[in-house]
Write a protein that binds this ligand. Structure first.
Ligand SMILES: NC(=O)c1ccc[n+]([C@@H]2O[C@H](COP(=O)([O-])OP(=O)(O)OC[C@H]3O[C@@H](n4cnc5c(N)ncnc54)[C@H](O)[C@@H]3O)[C@@H](O)[C@H]2O)c1
Length: 438
């Protein structure tokens, strides 16, 4: 560890001790960084969830000069060698390796955690990291359901950790320009937002088999309902299985609807729908083990400003990008954005001149590092992306219940019973797992 890092830790230790001493009452395990930490310090990471997006995030952080990786953790050791080698090549020493993330969280030399596990593990990983005083780069969607999202928001507020969510589109110019254009009023009044993803992924049909000796499947399934191991329902594919994911609505909806919601809001405190209805089912893909719907049309209604938003999961969208967010103005002009571009179209589909708005001076990952040091709010604050995640869960709650689901922003809850009896709202945790509620 660098001398600078050591000095910073001493600062943190002494300032935390001082805080406890004057009766602020932080639990002894909380060692979150305080304001005024030196901007020259290194941020030391631990990674939970190797091999996929967690590993990609770690690599992105490691392009920055002021980052170290102390440890990596996974419940499947076969997922780890690439990440161990990456850290060794980068820093000249292997990371410490864990299979139990709670042991990794006990380390005082780790400042921040990357949560790159499947959605059904996010709530516990995140809340336990908060309890340990770690800042968190949290993958999206923040949770598997609404009740978990609320518990996570409470923990983040309680422990005051800095958390950036992996909705990196919030840092990319095609999306930030579109949001800025709509917010500037240049599109005029917006009556409709549309977001969609065209996808037809199949996970195939497989029988339960013996689990490989490298894989602790029992821990992988964690708080979710225990089901016999099927290889096609675990790594990567868990997103198309409702026991562990929320289908494309939480996987991609959280990216694409996030942009619509931000454009229609004045700040990161995003406008929330008052009600949602949704239709769809597993209609397009036969002979497959997935149970997440492949065809969805959800309609959200908003008040102040009054507009509606549709979310579509479908097989094709001829002549348009396969994933997209659109803002439709009252005069028929449309702002359209996707990964790779954005455009302003007149009512006949002709492209109109665009305007470039000031770019952020940093990327999504360096924004997190800056905020860990400064304690400022990152670009994808936890509370804000929690709101977008809840918007996604509301679509699933409406679809699974077949009812119109209503949301009360001030109470941060579903109004009445419609939608509450769904996996998008809540789940029973498998013993011995318990969702901490602060
Ligand atoms: N922001 C983006 O653009 C983006 C892109 C892809 C995925 N993601 C998100 O990243 C997360 C991971 O997705 P993925 O596709 O990389 O999944 P994955 O299945 O490929 O990888 C997840 C890893 O986590 C491990 N894991 C599971 N439970 C664990 C636990 N309790 N402790 C330690 N390790 C555990 C698994 O064994 C696996 O190796 C998801 O939330 C997903 O939505 C985000």
């Amino acid at each position: 560890m660098s001398k600078k890092t050591h000095t910073r830790r001493e600062f943190i230790k002494s300032s935390t001790a001082a805080a406890v001493g004057v009766g602020i009452g932080l639990p002894s395990m909380v060692v979150g960084r305080q304001q005024n930490a030196s901007p020259n310090d290194k941020v030391v990471f631990g990674l939970i969830g190797c091999g996929g997006m967690g590993a990609a995030n770690m690599r992105n952080f490691c392009t920055l000069p002021d980052v170290e990786v102390a440890a990596v953790c996974d419940v499947d050791s076969s997922r780890m060698p690439g990440d161990i080698k990456f850290v060794e090549d980068k820093f000249g020493r292997k990371p410490d390796v864990y299979s139990d993330y709670r042991k990794m969280l006990e380390r005082k030399d780790i400042d921040a955690i990357i949560v790159g596990t499947p959605d059904h593990w996010h709530a516990l990983n995140f809340i336990h990291a908060c309890e340990a005083g770690k800042d968190v780069y949290q993958e999206k969607p923040i949770s598997h359901n609404i009740v978990e999202a609320k518990a996570m928001i409470a923990a983040q507020k309680r422990f005051k950790v800095i958390s950036q969510v992996g909705t990196w589109q919030r840092s990319d110019p095609e999306f930030t320009n579109s949001i800025a254009y709509v917010r500037s009023g240049k599109l005029g009044r917006v009556t409709h937002c549309r977001a969609w993803i065209a996808d037809g992924t199949k996970i195939g049909k497989k029988q339960p088999i013996a689990v490989s000796s490298t894989f602790d499947y029992n821990t992988w399934i964690g708080p979710a309902k225990f089901v016999p191991y099927q290889e096609n329902k675990t790594h990567w594919n868990w997103r198309w299985v409702l026991n562990t994911g929320g289908g494309l609505t939480t996987d991609w909806g959280v990216h694409m609807m996030d942009i619509a919601l931000l454009g229609m809001s004045k700040s990161q405190d995003i406008v929330m729908p008052t009600e949602v209805t949704a239709h769809g089912g597993l209609w397009a893909l036969d002979d497959d083990d997935r149970d997440a719907p492949d065809s969805i049309e959800a309609i959200y209604k908003f008040k102040d400003p009054d507009f509606m938003m549709t979310w579509s999961v479908l097989r094709d969208h001829p002549g348009k990008p396969g994933h997209c967010t659109e803002f439709v103005g009252a005069d028929g002009r449309t702002v359209r954005c996707w990964r790779g571009g954005w455009s302003i179209l007149d009512p006949d589909g002709k492209e109109l001149p665009k305007e470039e708005f000031p770019k952020a001076h940093n990327g999504h990952w360096s924004n997190f590092i800056e905020c860990v040091k400064s304690r400022a709010k990152p670009r994808a604050t936890f509370g804000s992306v929690a709101q977008t995640t809840i918007v996604c869960h509301l679509s699933n709650a409406a679809l699974f219940s077949g009812e119109t689901v209503r949301w009360d922003k001030s109470k941060m809850d579903i109004v009445g019973k419609a939608g509450k009896d769904t996996s998008a709202y809540d789940r029973e945790y498998r013993k011995p797992y318990v969702l901490p509620k602060y």
